[in-house]
Design a binder for this molecule. Structure first.
Ligand code: NAD
Ligand code: ZN
Length: 357
């Protein structure tokens, strides 16, 4: 068995300042120092809190990168390495990723490669990062494509302080919730019911316990799938449900125009319809679309997208072989399957799913 998941995942309130959690980790890792990597939005809210906690144990330095996808770059990566070298961080320095998926991927890749690898701890502060912080994929972008440079490198621990989620903007909240819903569609249909109950509550009113439960279940789906297929040779591809169309929409609109999860939600609704046609089954796709709309998602492909060019992008998707379109479909809810689909077949469905102008 792999030791991929020997690391602890703590989920709870006020964990940034939890002596119990940190005492244990410090005992286990004996850090010579800490190096916190965070972004501008997160730093102004949570950096002080974490820094004063960590300073009790060891010298604590930090670097704040610009918030946003553009920081997953060679330039920022090199700047982090240069800082680390100048500070003289050694193999016992523990890197801390304090932020969303951008910081997690960037700091994780820095940890994977600095001095051939130092331990790192993921402290996700977005809902989406429940997905990115587990599974060990780290990396940065290249001008030829997103996430093209990276490493599989597992964290020493994941500390999810759900208190930090309260300041998340609503579209970022939806972005992460889409990945939760994805985990529901591919493996745990009960999760879909708890999401419906929880998400219809205004964000400020959601109690910590229900969000902790949702995160726990959603992380567990991802954990199980990744454990069975760490290096993405088979089953891990199921995690791409909704992503073939979702990635194409993100690229077509331009990154940043729509959040990742919001694009994936549209992709999932299209994948449900494709599944119904492909398997000649009824998955109640129309009623799922209505449910998702009532949770604040849009479910139609934006009118500015062109179906032909979406198809071209889907053919180039890195998860596809050559020019076939490979897509995760559901013969029934909770049961994913990776299939090769004819592009004309999909294009006809895409045309129906385009928003009317
Ligand atoms: P992000 O890290 O850019 O965070 C979204 C926005 O929220 C940013 O502006 C950030 O500054 C802000 N923010 C973060 N925490 C906040 C808080 N508590 N309060 C207020 N604002 C806060 O984006 P994301 O959606 O978390 O992650 C997207 C990235 O994750 C992409 O780069 C994607 O490629 C990557 N990803 C990686 C994996 C993986 O397996 N490694 C999986 C999915 C996504
Ligand atoms: Zn995703």
């Amino acid at each position: 068995e792999s030791d991929t998941f020997r690391y602890p995942i703590h989920i709870g309130s006020n964990l940034l300042q939890s002596n119990q959690v940190w005492d244990g980790l410090v005992k286990q890792l004996s850090p010579s120092s800490f190096f916190i990597i965070t972004d501008t939005n997160v730093a102004k809210r949570y950096l002080d809190r974490l820094q004063s906690q960590l300073e009790q144990y060891a010298q604590t330095d930090y670097m704040v990168v610009e918030a946003g996808e553009a920081s997953k770059s060679f330039v920022t990566y090199e700047r982090l390495l240069t800082y680390a070298l100048k500070q003289g961080f050694d193999r016992s320095t523990v890197i801390i990723a304090l932020g969303g998926g951008v910081v997690g991927d960037l700091a994780g890749f820095t940890a994977a490669t600095y001095l051939r690898g130092v331990p790192y701890i993921q402290i996700p502060t977005t809902l989406l990062a429940h997905d990115s912080s587990v599974g060990g994929k780290t990396g940065i972008n290249h001008s030829e494509g997103k996430n093209m440079i990276g490493a599989f490198y597992q964290p020493a621990a994941v500390i999810y302080d759900v208190t930090t989620l309260k300041t998340l903007p609503e579209h970022e909240w939806r972005s992460g919730m889409a990945e939760v819903i994805k985990h529901g569609f591919i493996q745990n249909t009960k999760l879909l019911q708890s999401v419906k109950r929880t998400v219809s509550t205004p964000i400020g009113d959601i109690n910590a316990e229900s969000i902790e439960n949702i995160l726990y279940t959603s992380i567990d789906v991802k954990r199980q799938i990744v454990e069975r297929d760490e290096k993405e040779k088979g089953e891990r591809a199921f995690l791409n449900f909704g992503h073939t169309v979702g990635h194409a929409i993100e690229a077509e609109l331009g990154y940043g125009e729509i959040t990742h999860g919001e694009a994936v939600m549209i992709g999932m609704m299209v994948a449900l319809k494709v599944s119904e046609h492909y398997y000649e089954v009824d998955l109640a796709s129309n009623s799922w679309c209505e449910d998702m709309k009532s949770l604040g998602f849009s479910v139609r492909i934006p009118a500015s997208c062109d179906s032909r060019s979406l198809i071209e992008r889907m053919k180039r998707d890195k998860k596809s072989l050559q020019s076939d379109i490979r897509m995760v479909l559901l013969p029934s809810l909770g049961v994913p399957n990776l299939v090769k689909v004819d592009s004309t077949f999909i294009e006809n469905i895409l045309k129906e799913e385009l928003e009317e102008v």
